[in-house]
Design a protein around this ligand. Structure first.
Ligand code: C2E
Ligand code: CA
Ligand code: CA
Length: 276
C-alpha cells in the first residue's frame, strides 16, 4: 500500500510480490544501516588527489560499508536511500567527524597542508545547525584553513538556495575550501562559477571519459578550465583512468587529478601511509 501511495504516476499498483519484497528489503536495509552506523562499521575511504606531476595534495573521503548484506546497492544508491530518512543527519555528522580527524592526523608536523574533501548532502546543508556542527569539529580537531574541502553540487544547494549560500560564504570566509562537484552534469551554469563562494571546480568524469576520443570535448574542457582560472578557481579532474587522459589534462592546465590512474579510494591506514 505504501508503495502505491508513494508512486507519483497514475497507474494502479496491483498486489505484487516483487514490490512487497522490495519494501521488506528496503526496511531491513535501513535497520541494518542504522545498526552499522551506531557500531562504527561505516568506514571512510580516501581517494588521493595529485598534481599532474604526481605530487600528493589531498584526499576525497568516500564512505564504505564493508561486509554489508546488501551488495546489490552501490554507494550512490545507499546515499539516495539514507537521504529519504533523518539518518542522513547522523551519517553526515559521522562522515564530517571521521574526515576531520583524518585531516588532523595526516597534517601533524606538516608545513604544506593536505586537504580532505567531504561530500555534503542537501538535507545536511539545510539543517539549521549545519554550520555549528562543522565549527564544533573544526575546533575539536584543530582544523586549519587548507585542511578541509567541502564538496557541494548544484542540486545540493537548489532548495533554499539563498540560505545555503549564506552558510557557505561564512565557511569560505573562515578559509575553508568549497568545491563544486560533478561540474558538467545537470545544468552546470557558468552563473554558478561566478556567483557561488567557491575555491575549486571538479570536472565530472563523464567529460574526462570523452577526452581521448573526441577533440570537441578537449575544447569544452579547455573552456571550463580557462573560465575557472579566470575566476581564480582551481580545477580538479575527476575519474582520470589513463595516461592519455592525464597528458591531455596537463596540456589543458588542469590543476589536480583524481582517479584510478593514480589510485582507487583507499582504506584509512593505506591512505595515511601515503602521507608519511
Ligand atoms: P562523487 O562525489 O562524484 O565521488 C566520485 C566517485 O567516483 C566515487 O564513487 C569514486 O569511487 C569514483 N571514482 C573515482 N575515480 C574513478 C575513476 O577513475 N573511474 C571511475 N569509474 N570511478 C572513479 P563512490 O565512492 O561509489 O561514490 C559515489 C557517490 O556517492 C559520490 O560521487 C558521492 O556523490 C556519494 N558519496 C560517497 N560518499 C559520500 C559521503 O560520505 N557523503 C555523501 N553525502 N555522499 C557521498
Ligand atoms: Ca565528490
Ligand atoms: Ca564527483
Amino acid at each position: 500500500l505504501t508503495i502505491a501511495k508513494e508512486s507519483t504516476d497514475q497507474k494502479i499498483t496491483a498486489y505484487n510480490p516483487d514490490l512487497i519484497k522490495q519494501k521488506q528489503d528496503y526496511e531491513q536495509f535501513l535497520l541494518e544501516f542504522e545498526f552499522a552506523l551506531l557500531n562504527e562499521e561505516i568506514e571512510l575511504f580516501y581517494q588521493p588527489q595529485y598534481t599532474c606531476q604526481n605530487k600528493l595534495i589531498g584526499f576525497e573521503g568516500l564512505f564504505r560499508w564493508p561486509n554489508n548484506n546488501f551488495p546489490q546497492y552501490n554507494v550512490g544508491q545507499i546515499i539516495g536511500f539514507i537521504e529519504k530518512t533523518p539518518m542522513i543527519h547522523q551519517l553526515g555528522a559521522y562522515v564530517l567527524e571521521k574526515a576531520m580527524k583524518f585531516a588532523y592526523d595526516i597534517n601533524q608536523n606538516r608545513t604544506e597542508l593536505l586537504t580532505v574533501g567531504v561530500n555534503l548532502s542537501a538535507y545536511q546543508i539545510m539543517s539549521p545547525n549545519f554550520v555549528e556542527i562543522i565549527e564544533t569539529f573544526i575546533e575539536k580537531y584543530q582544523i586549519k584553513p587548507g585542511m578541509l574541502d567541502l564538496e557541494i553540487t548544484e542540486t545540493s544547494l537548489m532548495e533554499d538556495f539563498e540560505t545555503n549560500i549564506v552558510k557557505f560564504k561564512h565557511l569560505k570566509s573562515l578559509g575553508f575550501k568549497i568545491s563544486l562537484d560533478d561540474f558538467g552534469t545537470g545544468y552546470s551554469s557558468l552563473n554558478y562559477l561566478a556567483n557561488l563562494p567557491l575555491s575549486t571546480v571538479k570536472i565530472d568524469q563523464s567529460f574526462i571519459r570523452q577526452l581521448s576520443q573526441q577533440t570537441r570535448y578537449q575544447t569544452l574542457v579547455r573552456l571550463i578550465i580557462d573560465a575557472a582560472h579566470s575566476l581564480d578557481l582551481e580545477v580538479i579532474a575527476e575519474g582520470v583512468e589513463t595516461q592519455a587522459e592525464l597528458e591531455i589534462l596537463e596540456n589543458l592546465h588542469a590543476d589536480y587529478i583524481q582517479g584510478y590512474y593514480f589510485s582507487k579510494p583507499l582504506p584509512e591506514k593505506q591512505a595515511y601511509a601515503l602521507t608519511h
